[in-house]
Each structure stands twice: as structure tokens, then as C-alpha cells.
Design a protein around this ligand. Structure first.
Ligand code: ZN
Length: 422
């Protein structure tokens, strides 16, 4: 009997904001001394009241829109109750029945929901004891859930990479897995090949720290389930962790059902309505952005570099009114005038103007160089005469080489054309 994997993904990203989700503590606490970025709100002390972070809400809406989700007119925060040492209040403020976005898609993958919640604290295990660091407690966190639509680990990995590009490009999160600002989970089960209904169980995979491990963890978990099912056994519904060193998955806990969390509306926060956040115009997907870059003449690698660097992409866009796409990309990616992020588009254009003034050849010298190129490349000249327009590009290339690029290409092309038509 053959089996077919059924895979769904859950992605968490920390939202890039100055302060935490419900208090004024700094949200970027990476590398900070444990428990130094905390206050009564994010420590869950009695009487502390949460105030929602507008930027976090708006960025969640932005991402949900970019994922073509339906944006809720009415959305609310709910308490997810469970007991764990990293959760000082005994509940997490999350969204359950009223997520900000539902029913989206990216690259043909159906997105179930996009919602906003607060991150928990972090447990630090030391030899014989466990310590808690609440710096992360209350950092805004977006959860993106896909439908169980993947039938192989590789396509799940491809999707995750694409999703990360979108998140980074929108400036919603750094989505840096090494720093923990992007975390992956996968649900995986097996059905008999050709069967229409979903399997009666699912195993949740955690501790996946890279795209590569996603694929690996899914593969070993699929083989583990296959072995059990092939012997006629049944796979139990549980949460399993991935052990990078051993390359195996291990049981962490049997899964609580959703009702165990006793969700109910957060009484200290008003519901969000569409008036609470700005709804922007249609957003581009990574695929559309990539196509735009390619159509501007950028190489595939350059397009990917810009997709993964929001700020660089903005500077690149700022140069497009004055420069060809290819030239603009060369300047920002190869740092021709130094760090483009320090210079900004304006600074780059200024530097470029200075360079042009300094280096351009005089009209007479340009004409002389063009005449030499025409004399030395008679084959191309007759090609041009017989109607091959591409020959002009070739001659221009030779002229650029001859003059070490110290000419304006448009000017050079005009001089060559005049000579050829004379
Ligand atoms: Zn705080």
C-alpha cells in the first residue's frame, strides 16, 4: 500500500516594531541582558493593563493583504489559557475566532489565517536548572497558517522561502531564523494514495530552525509514520521535536485539543474594527516583484538580493527615475559609491553627477574615438548597413571599451549612428 503525505505549515514571525505588543518595553531584545526589557504589563503583574500597538496591527493587516486575505471588519483579541513557566499571566493574548486575515493565498498555496498575538518568555536550560527570560514576553508575533496542501517536503520548503521574501520585502519582520524572529512548525500526516479525505490524525513538528531542517524533519517524520502504517499500526496525534544531531523526531507531548485552551474575548482590550487600521492599496507578491525586476533587465541573482532587502529595494526604486534598472542595480548592489543605505537615492545620484562631470570625454575626443571604432570594425558596419540593428550595440560596446566608459552611452550611440548614416 502506498501513502501520500499531507503537510500544513504554521509560521511565526516577530513584528518589527519599536515597542512590544501591549506595553512600552523595547521589542528588539536580542542579546540584551535577561529580564532587562520588562515591565508590569509584560511580566503579567496584577492590575497591569495592556494597550495595543498600532504599528503591529497595521503590519499584520499589510501582510494579510499581501497574502490576498480577506481582512476582517471586526477582529478581537482573545485569551488562550494554558499553564507554562514562560507565560507569566497564565494566558497568552492571541486571536482565535476573529483573526485579522482569512482565506488568502501565495503562489497557489491556500492560507487559512493570519493573526496577531504576543510572544512568550524564553526558557533557558542550564545544567541542572531552568531559568526564565521575560525579555521576549509580549513581543508582537504574527502567525500564518496554511491549509494542509503540500504533498512533499521540498514544495513546503520552497513556499517558506517565498513567504520569507514577502515578509522581509514588506518590512513586516526581519524573519531571521537564527535570531528566532521567524519560527517554523509543520503538521504532517499520511493518507492512502488517492484518498480524498484527510487522515484522522496529525503530528505537529517543532524545533525546526532552518529551511533545510524543515525538509529533513518532514522526510524523517514521513518515513517514521510510513513504517507504522505499513505494519498496520496507527500513528498517535502528538507534538514532536526535531533532533538536529540525531536526525530524528522525538515525542514532546500529546496534543491538547483546541477547547483545552478555553479561549474567551480579552476583557481589557476593545475589539479591532476596520477603522482601527489603515487599509492600503493592492500589494505586489514576490513573484510580481521578481517579474518587475527581471523586466527591468536585472539578473535573477540581483532580483533576489533586492527582494530580500527592503531598504535596498527602496533606494533602487528611487534611482529608477534617473537610471536604467540594470545600472541602478549595479550601483546599489555592488556599492559603487559606498554604502547605499547611508547615501540614499539622492546621495547616489549626486555622486554619480560628480563622477560624470569629472570623467566624461570632450565632444571632439568622443568623435575621434567613434571614428576609430567604425574604421576598426568594418564587418559590424556592413551588418548595420544591411539592417542588423544589433550591430550598433556591438559598436557601442567597443566604443565604451575604447574610452574606458568615460562617455554617456546615449551620446555615444548618437555619434555612432550619425557616422554610420553619413
Ligand atoms: Zn513591558
Amino acid at each position: 500500500m502506498k501513502f501520500e503525505p499531507v503537510i500544513g505549515l504554521e509560521v511565526h514571525v516577530q513584528v518589527k516594531t519599536k515597542s512590544k505588543m501591549f506595553c512600552g518595553c523595547p521589542a528588539d531584545t536580542f542579546g540584551k541582558e535577561p529580564n532587562s526589557a520588562t515591565c508590569p504589563v509584560c511580566l503579567g503583574l496584577p492590575g497591569a493593563l495592556p494597550v495595543p500597538n498600532r504599528t503591529a496591527v497595521e503590519r499584520t493587516v499589510l501582510l494579510a493583504q499581501a497574502l490576498s486575505c480577506e481582512i476582517a471588519d471586526f477582529s478581537q483579541f482573545e485569551r488562550k489559557n494554558y499553564f507554562y513557566p514562560d507565560l507569566p499571566k497564565g494566558f497568552q493574548i492571541s486571536q482565535y475566532s476573529g483573526p485579522i486575515g482569512v482565506l488568502g493565498s501565495l503562489e497557489g498555496v491556500k492560507i487559512t489565517r493570519v493573526h496577531l498575538e504576543e510572544d512568550t518568555g524564553r526558557l533557558v536550560h542550564e545544567s541542572s536548572t531552568t531559568l526564565v527570560d521575560f525579555n521576549r514576553s509580549g513581543v508582537p508575533l504574527i502567525e500564518i497558517v496554511t491549509e494542509p496542501v503540500f504533498s512533499d517536503p521540498a514544495s513546503a520548503k520552497t513556499f517558506l522561502k517565498e513567504l520569507r521574501k514577502l515578509i522581509v520585502h514588506l518590512g513586516v519582520s526581519d524573519a531571521d531564523m537564527e535570531k528566532g524572529s521567524m519560527r517554523l512548525e509543520a503538521n504532517v500526516s499520511l493518507k492512502k494514495t488517492g484518498e480524498k479525505t484527510l487522515p484522522p490524525y496529525k503530528v505537529e513538528l517543532k524545533n525546526i530552525n532552518s529551511f533545510g531542517f524543515t525538509e529533513k524533519a518532514l522526510k524523517v517524520e514521513i518515513s517514521r509514520q510510513e513504517e507504522i502504517l505499513a505494519k498496520g499500526g496507527s500513528v498517535s496525534q502528538e507534538t514532536r521535536g526535531f533532533d538536529e544531531k540525531r536526525g530524528t523526531t522525538f515525542s514532546q507531548r500529546t496534543k491538547e485539543e483546541a477547547f483545552d485552551y478555553r479561549y474567551f474575548p480579552e476583557p481589557d482590550l476593545p475589539p479591532l474594527t476596520s477603522k482601527s487600521f489603515k487599509v492600503s492599496k493592492k500589494l505586489e507578491t514576490p513573484k510580481e516583484i521578481r517579474e518587475k525586476y527581471l523586466s527591468l533587465g536585472l539578473s535573477k541573482q540581483y532580483a533576489e538580493v533586492l527582494l530580500l532587502d527592503k531598504k535596498l529595494a527602496e533606494i533602487f526604486d528611487g534611482l529608477l527615475s534617473s537610471l536604467e534598472g540594470k545600472d541602478a542595480a549595479n550601483i546599489v548592489i555592488n556599492r559603487r559609491f559606498g554604502d547605499p543605505k547611508k547615501l540614499g537615492a539622492e546621495g547616489i545620484l549626486k555622486a554619480l553627477g560628480k563622477e560624470e562631470k569629472k570623467e566624461l570625454l570632450s565632444e571632439g575626443k568622443l568623435l575621434k574615438a567613434a571614428e576609430e571604432v567604425v574604421l576598426d570594425n568594418q564587418a559590424a558596419v556592413s551588418d548595420y548597413a544591411s539592417g542588423k540593428k544589433a550591430a550598433l550595440q556591438f559598436l557601442l560596446g567597443q566604443l565604451m571599451k575604447e574610452t574606458k566608459g568615460q562617455i554617456d552611452p546615449k551620446e555615444g550611440a548618437k555619434v555612432l549612428k550619425d557616422l554610420l548614416n553619413a
